[in-house]
Write a protein that binds this ligand. Structure first.
Ligand code: NAD
Length: 288
């Protein structure tokens, strides 16, 4: 068997085209979605992610402000900046690129973002609403993963989904969203024993670990849908996922590539959340 490759790039392009049209219509009604992206320090990966977000905003017609500051910024200064954007009527979404320098508390920064502008879906209010299935901004990577599975035409209901990884930004929320799609969900992590015996039961396998090519053919049930979230450099510096693409493609029925799989979907879902935030604010203003 050779897996069908799910192109996140193509699916993302379709969604972005629809968003571009929506933004054009919103602008005619005087609604101009705006995103503030705050980048602290000089981590090369973070700079490249932020560039991708800036480019996506330009492509869709979203107004963007990218604020780059030295790693020496104090937590107080950063919190003040966020407070300013919370009040700024031209900005509907605020994103602080993680990771932050050690002297700044990630929790304090996330808590400072107004839940109405939390287009990353990281604040406790949005996480709580997601958990109970209420209206919220879904975290972008997990939302992108669910969208990719849906658009590949694969059923989630009643299937056994195994998620490897339990981080707050990927593993835990994607497990919760799979549960909302009526999958039976198992979460595996660094302390899981005999990982392969668990992953081999998965109809849907989501891998979010951060270890180059950890998951190989022997971990995968024939015909499974395999979503590779990992972004790593292998020993020769090539960008690879957490899944060994060459061996797994002969076992899985659907497989996402790295690059060009989950990554483009993450940025696209951020754009969608920003457009939704602008629409929500406009509705609130109309009611007042
Ligand atoms: P993290 O380091 O916060 O979490 C990794 C998880 O993997 C942990 O929960 C840990 O328990 C688990 N783990 C570690 N070693 C393991 C092992 N040997 N067996 C089983 N589980 C193990 O990472 P994260 O932020 O969740 O990101 C995971 C990966 O996804 C990284 O490569 C990251 O770069 C990538 N990522 C990609 C996107 C994207 O848009 N493509 C977005 C977010 C993260």
């Amino acid at each position: 068997m050779s897996a069908q490759i799910i192109s996140g790039k193509e699916v993302a392009a379709e969604i972005r085209a629809a968003l571009r049209e929506e933004v054009t219509q919103l602008k005619e009604q005087g609604i101009h979605p705006g995103l503030a992206v705050i980048l602290i320090g000089d981590d090369p990966a973070s700079h490249s992610y932020v560039k991708g977000k800036e480019k996506a905003c330009q492509e869709i017609g979203i107004y963007s402000e990218v604020i780059r500051r030295e790693a020496s910024i104090t937590q107080e200064e950063l919190l003040k900046m966020i407070e300013g954007y919370n009040k700024n009527p031209n900005i509907h979404g605020i994103l602080v690129q993680l990771p932050l320098p050690k002297h700044i508390s990630e929790k304090a920064v996330i808590d400072a973002i107004s839940p109405e502008k939390d287009v990353d879906g990281f604040t406790p209010v949005n996480v709580g609403n997601m958990l109970i299935g209420d209206e919220c901004y879904l975290p972008c990577t997990p939302h992108g993963i669910i969208e990719l599975i849906k658009r590949s035409g694969r059923e989630m209901e009643g299937k056994h989904a195994v998620v490897i990884g339990r981080s707050n930004i990927v593993g835990k929320p994607v497990a919760m969203l799979l549960l909302q799609e009526n999958a039976t969900v198992t979460i595996a992590h660094s302390r899981t024993q005999d990982l392969a015996s668990i992953t081999r039961q998965a109809d849907i396998l989501v891998v979010a670990v951060g270890r180059a090519e950890l998951i190989r053919a022997e971990h995968v049930k024939p015909g499974a849908v395999v979503i590779d979230v990992g972004v790593n450099r292998n020993e020769v510096g090539k960008l690879v996922g957490d899944v060994h693409f060459e061996s797994v493609k002969d076992v899985a029925s659907f497989l996402t590539p790295v690059p060009g799989g989950v990554g483009p979907m993450t940025i696209t879902m951020l754009m969608k959340n920003t457009v939704d935030a602008a629409k929500k604010l406009a509705r609130t203003m109309q009611k007042q």
